[in-house]
Every structure is written in C-alpha cells, then in structure tokens.
Design a protein around this ligand. Sequence first.
Ligand SMILES: Cc1cc2nc3c(=O)[nH]c(=O)nc-3n(C[C@H](O)[C@H](O)[C@H](O)COP(=O)(O)OP(=O)(O)OC[C@H]3O[C@@H](n4cnc5c(N)ncnc54)[C@H](O)[C@@H]3O)c2cc1C
Length: 431
Amino acid sequence: MMPQHVVVVGNGIAGITAARFIRKLSSARITVISAETDHFYARTALMYLYMGHMRYKEVKPYQDHFWEKNAIDLVRGYATRIDTASKRVIMGGSRAIAYDALLIATGSQSNMFGWPGQDLDGVQGLYGIPDLVTMERWTEGIVRAVVVGGGLIGIEMAEMLHARHIPVTFLVREKGYMDYLLPEEESTLIGQEIRDHGIDLRLATELGSIQSDKQGRCRAVVTTGGDEISCQFVGLTVGVRPNVDLAKASGIETNRGVVVNEYFETSAADVYAAGDCAEFNRDGIGSRRVEQLWYTGRNHGKTVARTICGLRTAYDRGVFFNSAKFFTVEYQTYGDIQARRPASVRTILWQDPAARKLLRIDYAAQGGVVRGFNALGTRLRQDVCERWILQRAKVQTVLKQLRRAHFDEELGPRPYKQLIRAYKQSEMSHA
Ligand SMILES: Cc1cc2nc3c(=O)[nH]c(=O)nc-3n(C[C@H](O)[C@H](O)[C@H](O)COP(=O)(O)OP(=O)(O)OC[C@H]3O[C@@H](n4cnc5c(N)ncnc54)[C@H](O)[C@@H]3O)c2cc1C
C-alpha cells in the first residue's frame, strides 16, 4: 500500500535518491530530516572545498529551489529516536514527526580507537562539513600535520594538506599502502606517487599516543615504535563505521550496521534502512554485507524507493566497481580483484611504473573466465568491463578485444602485447 507520509532520516546520496524516486513514483508527502546541512551535497567532493578547487554551491547537485518544486520538505535537526509503536520520529526538543514509512539513511561515522590524546584540540577525522570547519581552524599557520590511517580518506586528507603547502607525515599500519585491498604492484606504485609529492609516508608504523601542549592542543604523535613526530594537527582517518545510533536507540536490530534484508526492510514494520548505515542480513546479495560507496548508496536509494511505493524490489548489486584518485593517478576497479589471490585465480599485468600506469586482469585458473580489472593512470570503459564480467567472457576473448575497453592513444599497442605475452607465460608456467 502506498504510504501517505514518508520520512527519510539523512540527506546523503541514499536518502536523497530515495526521496527523489519516491516523488517520481508517488504523490506521498515526503519529509527529509538532516542534522548536518540544509541541502544535499556531494560528500565525495569535500576535499575540493578545502583545496579551493570548488565552492560549496558547486558541490550541491541540485539548486535550492529543487526541493520546493518537487514537494520534498526539508527539516534541519537531529532525530534522537523512532517510536516504532506510534510511528513517530522523536526530534531533539521533544518535537515528533509522524510517518507511515520511514527510511534510516544515517550514513557512517569516523572510527576512533581510543588512543590517548584523540580528543585533544587539533585532532579530528574527516567525514562531513563540520570536519572541514574544524580542519580549517586547526590547520591555520601550522608547521606539520600527521595523518593516521592509509585508506582512501587518509590519502585525500594528505593531499588536502599538501595543497596548502603543509608538510605531512602519513602513518600507515600496513607494509604497503592499502595492501589489504590492492595487489602488491598497485600498492607499490601508489606508495611511490605519495612519496613523489613530498609526503613523509611511513609504512608499517602505528600510532601510539598523541601528546598535548599546556593548552590542550596536540603537539606531537608518538608511534608504537617510540618515534616522536612534532605536529600541530592530527588527522585520524582509520576507516568509517555504519552510523547505527538512531536505530539502536529505537530498539531496531543492529549488528555492524542496521540489519536489513534484500528489500532494505529492518526488524521494525515500515522502517527501512539504506546506504552506508545498512547491513544485509545474509551473504548472497553481494560479498560485502556493508556497502559504503557513493554509487551503492544511490542504488540502495533507488531500489528502496520502489519497495516503499509498493513495488517490492530486491536489491541487485550488479558488478562491483570503484574509482578514486591518488594525487595524480586515477584508479578504477571492476569486478573482483583481490590483494591476495587464491590459487584458483590467475593474473596478468602490464605496468609502466615511471609513467604511473598499470592494467591488470584476473581470471579463473579453471576455464579462464575473467573475474576483474584494475586500471591505474589509464582508463577502462565501465560498460565494456561490466559486460565481459556479467557474460563470463574468457580471458582470451578479452585480450583480443581489449582495445574496446581501453582507449589510451598515447600508449599504442604496448599494453596489449605485454598482456598477451604475460598470459602465454602464465599458462605455460601452469601447464
Ligand atoms: C572524505 C570522503 C571521501 C569519499 N570519497 C568517496 C569516493 O571517492 N567514492 C565513493 O564511492 N565514496 C566515497 N566516499 C563515501 C561516500 O561518500 C559514502 O559512501 C556516501 O556518502 C554515503 O551516503 P549515505 O547517504 O549512506 O550517508 P551520508 O552521506 O553519510 O549521509 C547521512 C546523513 O545523515 C545525517 N544523520 C545521521 N544521523 C542522523 C540523525 N539521527 N538525524 C538527522 N540526521 C542524521 C548525517 O549527518 C549525514 O548528513 C567518501 C566519503 C568521505 C567521508
């Protein structure tokens, strides 16, 4: 049945996509509650605001009048609890908003692991606009910053600081940059790119504590190995976790995230959860139970909108992809490329480390079906790679047709020749 009033908590990509599609599918009253900003903005562009490459109005995908035009009510405030029995969202200040269907789209929160000194002035994570405001304040006129945690947000923070000519020491616990996700060659190439930008990258180095000055401001970090690094700003970018605060306070089942089935239905009737905060209750929907990406948030929002509007639709994860930029090097990944390949998977690689370019294809040892692609510093066409993976194309076919997916004129035939050679060598060595 079509709900009369849909309330969405969270105006990120998942919540806003859901609201937009509910509007396309129905004339229901829609209210979006957000604690962070009045309007939806692209969280992925946060770094460009600090670096001065974009202004706030440029990271808002829709103009401010869009919401009124589409009859989507925006409420600025923090939802503290959902009363699932009386179907009301309780806001701070004891205000309540009644709903017929409710979507929890509360996103993620920055991880903090209880380090001594993590609450000092000048120490922070990076997730939203409030973090940019404090970062602006804490990095004014400083001599050195330390960034802790070698994921995608960590490298963005290092680049942001670098753009303002602030020397950065980058502490990464792993032996290689993002080596839990990236195969060795990719990890080495990115590590080199980071160092070439003058970042003091320290691999296999863990944060021990953050030291305070007399005013309660960070003055240094000390590693578990005992090294002291003087700094006036510490970025703690050690991953994010689903924001389950609202669901937990409301007695809705949570685990790492808000537990949902493939229809984004939670343990409470007419309450759904989508985006970074949701956790699928079983494998089979995809290898990851929690999906914390921009495009997955959008896909969640689109799918849950249909279910909320009475067109119950299971989530189809499709072919995994991700893209990022590591300083000047673009990264794309499609399908399933694992940092540590099992024996059942073989790999072929072309790389030009000096030019920061790399192409990798992984395929099944038995039968040769292609499993995934990695590209660094050069681009692959998403539609072609996805089609090959979905159609279970064989590596020989992909190698013959690789130019359809790859269009880096500058490189000429070198990558293809090398990949074919690598394939022949790989097969011979396993014969
Ligand atoms: C710095 C940074 C860079 C990123 N770069 C990329 C990238 O390049 N590619 C990529 O795929 N992904 C990237 N991500 C991840 C991506 O941005 C997230 O996966 C996506 O934004 C999650 O969308 P969401 O709608 O689930 O939640 P969010 O965008 O987190 O939105 C949730 C909103 O809900 C609000 N909220 C929470 N609780 C309440 C409450 N109780 N009451 C009211 N409001 C509440 C929050 O304040 C927040 O505004 C990046 C993330 C960060 C932080």
